[in-house]
Design a protein around this ligand. Structure first.
Ligand code: NAD
Ligand code: ZN
Length: 353
């Protein structure tokens, strides 16, 4: 395959600034790659709310600028750096690029499967350029092979939204038949959380707003939908949907501090609050109630390489499906506006090349 010298890329020139679409952004040559790196031609990429946090620079840990965002990419390996040893992938393979782009694989955190906290970690679309461009440099030991039986547009959002909520549910301390509350159920992460939860035998209480997100959540198997903008007593409504005792776990999949505060109130004694949505905010956990109700609070940060493989296998097996609208890379600016306004039920996936 011949690799062009320039490409189309969506670039954030400064934090909080407007996006620029460049059609003459240079494509790195294979010879310029470092051992362990590969060049991937992106066909599809999802747009995560994290990309919007990155563009706005609203987290305490800042991204690099100028920045090419994006970390839900699927594409084909078109080259591997000279001198790369023991590559588990080869040119022509279809692979996914997730948030965790690279890590050392040697430190305590990598050995424990917590590669996302490795001191040498690289994040796609945050500390290294991401998938909102036609060609992206990634890392042979961390790209995720995409299984047969799932198309690239469908697989894209499993690489962040899917793996994140799959891992969050694995950490939720629940068993078949338990109740789980999912604030943000109609969003990118949330609508996949509903499906993974149903596949795991959990009973889902979905919390979000508007008819589209209600219809989506219920069609995916949620038993109850609570509209956080209309319901005056959210805590009471969630408890009465779960035997009056509250759900066994809450997977907070929205960037809302309010959604976190409610969870401590409605969780069943012994329940688990899984923190997924990332507002840069205190979540107001009251020590008395946390102890008195024996609540467990678990931060859950994307997933490791094995979690990604498992999350994709569930997709390839048809157990979860990304509900997405396909747009062009040039529509990224509009997509950010729609995300900010809370208008997107499910995910937007961009066709890149
Ligand atoms: P999204 O915008 O697609 O979905 C968020 C949903 O939350 C929307 O449907 C919105 O209507 C809903 N919502 C807003 N306020 C709410 C409230 N008070 N109660 C219930 N629902 C409410 O966003 P997304 O891409 O799904 O990402 C969600 C959050 O998860 C972001 O903060 C993102 O950065 C974070 N995230 C975390 C991880 C991780 O590893 N923990 C990974 C990916 C994304
Ligand atoms: Zn993401």
């Amino acid at each position: 395959m011949s690799i062009p010298k320039v490409q189309t890329a969506a670039i954030v020139p400064e934090l909080g600034g407007d996006l620029t679409i460049k059609t003459d952004h240079p494509v790195p040559t294979i010879d310029s790659l470092q051992p362990g790196e590969c060049l991937v031609k992106i066909s599809h990429t999802g747009v995560c709310h994290t990309d919007l946090h990155a563009k706005m620079g609203d987290w305490p840990v800042k991204p690099m600028v100028p920045l090419i965002g994006g970390h839900e990419g699927v594409g084909e390996i078109v080259g591997i750096a000279p001198g790369t040893a023991n590559s588990p992938v080869k040119v022509g393979d279809r692979v996914g690029i997730k948030w965790m782009a690279d890590s050392c694989l040697d430190c305590e955190f990598c050995r424990k499967g917590l590669e996302m906290t490795c001191p040498k970690v690289k994040y796609s679309g945050y500390t290294v350029d991401g998938t909102f461009s036609q060609y992206v440099v990634s890392f042979v030991h961390h790209v995720t092979p995409i299984p047969e039986g799932i198309d690239s547009a469908e697989a894209a959002s499993l690489l962040c939204a899917g793996v994140t909520v799959y891992k969050a549910l694995k950490q939720s301390n629940t068993i078949v038949g338990n109740y789980v509350a999912i604030p943000g159920a109609g969003g990118g992460l949330g609508h996949l959380a509903v499906q993974y939860a149903v596949a795991m035998g959990l009973r889902v209480i979905a919390i979000d707003t508007g008819k589209d997100k209600k219809d989506l959540s219920l069609s995916l198997g949620a038993e109850t939908f609570i509209d956080f903008k209309e319901e005056k007593d959210i805590v009471g409504a969630i408890k009465s949907s779960s035997e009056g005792l509250g759900p066994h776990a809450a997977i907070v999949a929205s960037a809302s501090a309010g959604a976190y505060k409610q969870a401590i109130d409605y969780l069943r004694p012994g329940g688990t609050l899984v923190c997924v949505g990332m507002p840069d905010a205190d979540i107001g956990i009251n020590a008395f109630w946390c102890v008195f109700k024996a609540i467990r609070v678990q931060g859950s940060y994307v997933g490791n390489r094995q979690d990604a493989v498992e999350a994709l296998e569930m997709g390839a097996a048809g157990k979860v499906k990304v509900h997405y609208q396909l747009r062009e890379l040039e529509d990224l600016k509009q997509t950010y506006e729609d995300l900010e306004a809370g208008k997107i039920a499910g995910r937007i996936v961009l066709k890149v090349s």
